[in-house]
Write a protein that binds this ligand. Structure first.
Ligand code: ADP
Ligand code: MG
Length: 335
């Protein structure tokens, strides 16, 4: 198990990591999710032994890692750009960590073939990285980081250089691969979908600190503050005591959204859906087509302008529509 206690990393003029406590249980995947500049890479580099910590402790299986050099930690790192060796074949790239450990050519070949299958690249052994797509290159980088059976895999925005559709697919594959191999992993990313897909647990990092940590579904559904809510994809906040808030909560009640109380209500884009049976109504002001849905902006009676979703061949701008509240897109924030 990896255990960070009160870890601080200070640079001249900036505290990048501020008293962070985190645990990653053996065989589980923790995602640290946060905006650019919040300290994610510094945290990961500290765990890898590439960045000295100012105070606190990092322990692996109970052993304090202070003073233990990177190569003796037994961890593997994977970055946004896979940093493959351009002149070497895919097989040589993947086998590199094994060569460093003095494994025989035969042993390496066997393990490389196994890893190529694992990441879905059987048959690509002799290719050069430049002849592969971005997604395939990241698969090679993943295979290389798994080659030496690392005790802990550290992933720094491994999918961020890929386009959205590919990123979603690869995030699912990454999750399957980590689960199949029982790999303990710490992933840092700014992409909440990626964090949610890949990890069991999620820690939201804002400005060097962990703002919320917990089961991924729990963080996703019950953010503890506006800042966390907005970072995990709730783009609208409504006061629950306002007429709009009360209306919204009343509409969502059937689906299990608790009404009453104070505080505020956070909405994802998916919270409001066009549905003729809905009890809210509004006028469509803008419409954007995305791959599998229509993103609308609707002037909702009594609520103001809010995002909403419609299925294919939805309404036109200017149309009046009825809307239902999907409770999965609604979170109550504590006071
Ligand atoms: P993230 O990975 O979340 O984008 P980083 O860990 O890279 O964030 O950076 C966190 C903060 O620390 C930033 O303000 C960054 O400018 C600063 N920082 C990172 N590395 C150094 C360094 N070597 N020297 C000084 N400041 C740094
Ligand atoms: Mg970074």
């Amino acid at each position: 198990m990896l255990e960070l206690t009160d870890v601080t990393v200070t640079f001249p003029g900036a505290t990048a990591v501020d008293r962070v406590d985190l645990r990653v249980e053996e065989g589980s995947v923790l995602a640290v999710l946060g905006p650019s500049g919040c300290g994610k890479s510094t945290l990961l580099r500290a765990v890898a032994g590439l960045e000295p910590i100012t105070s606190g402790s990092i322990r692996w299986q109970g052993r304090d890692l202070r003073g233990v050099p990177t190569h003796e930690r037994g961890f593997a790192l994977m970055f946004q750009d896979g940093q493959l060796f351009a002149q070497a074949s895919v097989a040589d790239n993947i086998g590199y960590p094994l060569r460093l450990r003095g494994r025989s050519r035969r042993e390496r070949a066997g393990r490389v073939a196994e890893l190529l299958e694992l990441v879905g690249l059987g048959g690509y052994a002799d290719r050069r990285p430049a002849t592969l797509s971005g997604g395939q290159q990241q698969r090679v980088a993943l295979a290389r980081s798994l080659a030496a059976d690392p005790a802990l895999l550290l992933l720094d925005e491994p999918l961020s250089s890929l386009d959205r559709a590919l990123r979603d697919r690869l995030a699912g594959d990454l999750r399957e691969i980590l689960t199949a191999t029982g790999t303990t992993a710490l992933l840092v990313t700014h992409d909440h979908d990626e964090a949610f897909t890949v990890a069991d647990r999620m820690a939201v990092m804002l400005d060097g600190r962990i703002a919320q940590e917990g089961d991924a579904v729990q963080v996703w559904r019950h953010p503890v503050s506006r800042e966390v809510a907005s970072f995990v994809g709730y783009d609208t906040i409504v006061e629950s005591s306002s007429p709009a808030g009360r209306r919204l909560l009343a509409s969502g009640q059937e689906g299990g959204v608790a009404s009453g109380g104070s505080g505020s209500v956070a909405l994802r884009r998916s919270a409001l859906r066009v549905d003729p049976r809905g009890d809210l109504s509004g006028v469509v002001r803008r419409m954007t087509t995305v791959s599998d849905a229509l993103h609308l902006e609707v002037d909702v009676e009594g609520l103001g302008r809010l995002p909403a979703l419609a299925a294919d061949r939805g309404p036109e701008v200017g149309d009046e529509v009825r809307l239902t509240v999907d409770p999965r897109g609604v979170a109550r924030l504590p006071d």
